[in-house]
Design a protein around this ligand. Structure first.
Ligand code: PLP
Ligand code: CA
Length: 310
């Protein structure tokens, strides 16, 4: 209870907080790297955490890479070796969700990347798409005649750089045909992907909203801030929330999930959030805004290095 303090994590407090944790969950973009460039000192900090015996897991809303691709990126950027089972991307978590939610043999219609398809294949969920939707005629009204696969019992929406009106039509038709028996699942709701120089591109949330608007129903979201992503980690490892730190750069995804799952939350300022935004939430007495306030912050996770020194 009470307002969260959000203290800078340094010196003795850093030693104590890290010492009390056995697991750290790291958001990726904005925390470990920005695009293809590692955050300075981040690899060294994770190396010391691994050497101190901490379990390191990676939780990312980005559905456009497989678990294997993340382990390869971590290796390439000099982070301590990770195994695919330590990586919880929204593509893998969506595949895992559909494997347990779909009847055996039922398929998913997918708006997404090849990586999303690969994760579905890895857990044995049959799928249609990604790839262009078949267009049986020149006019949108003709598209409502495109064949529907009888096995489809779910529509899955992830990051799809080839999102199209034709795919939106097919998604709606599967949802209308199946009614409530056709699942609607989104990987995440990130509204924008910030790029260097203050610009941004639309995030997967825009695509999920398009399908939700057409179908007039709400998708189940696999990624942060939904606790499903944390539950995936907790079902595959022996996790004690009281001994787990969630490290992220985004308040409405990383920090909200960590706070609502009872984890210690640590914000890093190398990504999308400024300390002024945190102060705004802190000063509000709205409980929904209080739940966006992290327990601690650092300018960069490289600032943890002194507390991890030998
Ligand atoms: N979704 C996509 C398609 C992205 O490219 C990114 C970041 O690069 C994200 C989501 C956000 O990822 P994260 O949760 O690691 O910050
Ligand atoms: Ca991030």
């Amino acid at each position: 209870g009470g307002p969260r303090r959000c203290r800078r994590l340094e010196a003795e407090a850093a030693r104590a907080v890290l010492g009390a944790a056995d697991t750290l969950l790291f958001d990726c973009d904005g925390v470990l790297w920005r695009g293809e460039a590692a955050v300075g000192g981040a690899a060294a900090a994770l190396g010391r955490l691994a050497a101190a015996g901490k379990r390191l897991c990676y939780v990312t809303n980005n559905s456009s890479r497989t678990r294997a691709a993340y382990t390869e990126k971590l290796r390439r950027l000099g982070f301590p070796p990770a195994e695919p089972r330590h990586v919880f991307g929204s593509a893998y978590c969506a595949a895992r969700y559909l494997r347990q939610a779909l009847p055996l043999g039922a398929a998913a219609y997918v708006l997404g990347s090849p990586a999303l398809a690969a994760e579905l294949e890895a857990v044995g969920v049959p799928h249609l798409g990604p790839g262009p939707a078949a267009l049986p005629g020149p006019a949108p009204a003709d598209w409502a005649q495109a064949p529907l696969d009888p096995a489809v019992r779910a529509v899955l929406v992830g990051f799809d750089e080839h999102f199209s009106y034709a795919k939106l039509c097919q998604a709606l038709r599967y949802l209308l045909r199946g009614g409530p028996d056709c699942l609607l699942v989104g990987t995440n709701r990130d509204h924008r992907l910030p790029l260097e120089g203050g610009t941004a591109i639309p995030g997967t949330g825009c695509l999920v909203k398009a399908v939700e608007t057409a179908a007039q129903r709400e998708a189940f979201i696999v990624g942060k801030p939904n606790r499903y992503m944390f539950d995936c980690v907790a079902s595959e490892f022996d996790i004690d929330p009281a001994r787990t730190i969630m490290v992220g750069d985004r308040l409405d995804t990383d920090i909200l999930m960590g706070n609502s799952c009872g984890l210690t939350t640590l914000l890093t300022l190398t990504g999308v959030t400024t300390l002024d935004e945190v102060k705004g939430h802190q000063e509000s007495d709205c409980p929904a805004r209080q739940s966006l306030v992290p327990d601690y912050y650092v300018d960069s996770i490289a600032d943890l290095l002194p507390a991890l020194g030998d």
